[in-house]
Unconditional design. Structure first.
Lengths: 311, 180
């Protein structure tokens, strides 16, 4: 019988095993049932306190984590960089240790610096969940994406998934690549040369610059948002030109002689990477991804909470 | 280790039949009733009750399986499995007379969790409890069954196992006693 996770923290998909991912999925199946009941709450974590530390803007990830924690009956405290003493010069470890001395068991952290979650896990005494560290990893997003593929297509193994768009600045892309590969899917990245990291093929992914060819190859297309906030220079001449080459339209999908699954991690720039018509179609599982996000985060938090020192 | 058969397959059948007649007596047409089996092993009793009641009366009683893992009171205290079995509840319990059923009633802690879990599916008009085997005098909580297949007096070192034809190949209840 199952004893839970082997990992002590969720820092990135790179650091967790395929077995751990499957345990998370199995647990998320149960939580998906829970969040569709008349009363969507279980008492499992009523003696656990979680701090949500967001050193970077987030709307949906923060809401999703908060909801997951509340559905598990955990006590939560929220902290965002704009309202904190970070601007007063306090170090990350000091900030977090101050919070932990209020008897916090688990930290969910988003931080603009790659590796921040790992650094924290090595330096403070709490379970750490990485809710995005710069351009590095966003493990819960990759888990909910692969979970959504499994839900729609039955399994992830053997499926062909293309990730389209700003691969260079995307933690979603990197975590997705690791998760998809661990679960046995084939991965392709597609986008303008300037937005594809130079050595990404070394991760064992295919690289394609032509959207139509990529779509003809795949079963699932994960359309990423262009991260203007991370782009210090212009990587392509104009948004209009990007949309012409990499925007997903009904016209392009109609030319394929198969139905592919369309995903998007949000927030959607309608009319840029994907048209409204596609975003609202049955092929798109964007809102399923959001619902599954709560179930996946409940599973991760619950399984890590089980590893907090015994009462 | 001594094993004593406390219900053989004939007695097992008679017991289930009697429990069904008791339910029929109290629930008449079952129109506002539901039977909920507690995972993992209470579901076999729930399904058996449904089958026998249908054979006797022609009525198909709404029956579900409920997992109580997330409602337990020993999270982070024991090595119990963390991953739940399936919950199969395709109905709400709002306004219904619910019969919670389990194979063995021991400390009462599973039933306590089961009561909480049941109420996440609505507010029932009432909940009754049925146990195929009631290990008397072992309760940690003030919980008593309304319907009992057989009561046994056991000490902590003893164990009761219920075998079901569906999964174990025969209907039988055995009391295991460790000689120490």
């Amino acid at each position: 019988m199952n004893k839970g996770l082997s990992a002590d923290h969720l820092l990135g998909i790179k650091h967790i095993s395929k077995e751990d991912i499957e345990v998370i999925f199995q647990t998320a199946d149960s939580f998906k049932g829970v969040i569709n009941r008349p009363i969507k709450k279980v008492p499992a974590l009523r003696d656990v306190t979680i701090a949500n530390l967001f050193f970077e803007n987030s709307t949906r990830t923060k809401l999703s984590f908060e909801l997951a924690e509340k559905r598990l009956s955990a006590d939560i405290i929220n902290f965002s960089a704009s309202a904190s003493s970070v601007s007063k010069g306090e170090t990350l470890v000091d900030t977090v240790n101050n919070i932990l001395s209020m008897k916090v068991d688990m930290v969910v952290m988003r931080h603009p610096t790659p590796g921040a979650a790992m650094f924290l896990a090595n330096n403070v005494d709490a379970k750490i969940i990485n809710a995005g560290d710069g351009t590095h990893e966003h493990p819960t997003q990759a888990l909910l994406d692969t979970y959504s593929i499994r839900e729609r297509l039955g399994e992830v193994a053997g499926k062909k998934v293309v990730i389209v768009g700003d691969i260079k600045h995307s933690r979603v892309a990197l975590s997705n690549i690791f998760a998809l590969q661990k679960l046995g899917a084939e991965v392709m990245v597609c986008g303008p040369t300037t937005l594809i990291p130079k050595h990404i093929a070394q991760l064992g992914v295919r690289v394609e610059h032509n959207l139509k060819k990529a779509l003809a190859w795949c079963d699932v297309a994960n359309m990423l948002r262009i991260q203007f906030e991370r782009q210090e220079i212009n990587y392509f001449p104009s948004i209009r030109e990007y949309t012409m080459q990499y925007g997903l339209t009904k016209h392009i999908l109609d030319d394929l002689n198969k139905e592919i699954v369309i995903m998007h991690p949000g927030p959607v720039n309608r009319g840029v990477e994907i048209t409204s018509e596609i975003a609202d179609s049955d092929q798109a599982i964007i809102l399923d991804q959001v619902e599954n996000g709560v179930a996946i985060r409940m599973a991760v938090i619950y399984l890590l909470a089980a590893k907090i020192d015994r009462v | 280790m001594a094993n004593e058969i406390i219900l053989n397959s004939k007695q097992f059948e008679l017991t289930i039949n009697r429990l069904c007649y008791q339910l029929i007596e109290n629930h008449s047409d079952f129109s506002k009733s539901a039977i909920i089996g507690l995972q993992p092993r209470g579901i076999y009793l729930a399904n058996r009750l449904q089958t026998v009641i249908k054979a006797r009366t022609g009525i198909i009683v709404q029956t579900g399986g409920l997992d109580i893992t997330f409602f337990r009171d020993d999270f982070r205290r024991t090595d119990r499995p963390l991953i739940p079995s399936a919950t199969n509840m395709d109905f709400t319990v709002e306004g219904k007379k619910v019969v919670l059923v389990d194979d063995v009633l021991y400390t009462g802690r599973t039933v306590r969790a089961g009561l909480d879990a049941t109420m996440t599916f609505g507010r029932p008009s009432g909940i009754e409890l049925m146990a195929l085997i009631d290990r008397r005098f072992s309760r940690n909580l003030p919980i008593e069954p309304n319907y009992v297949g057989k009561s046994v007096d056991t000490i902590e070192a003893e164990r009761v196992t219920v075998s079901w034809n569906e999964i174990d190949g025969k209907d039988e209840v055995i009391l295991h006693t460790t000689n120490e």
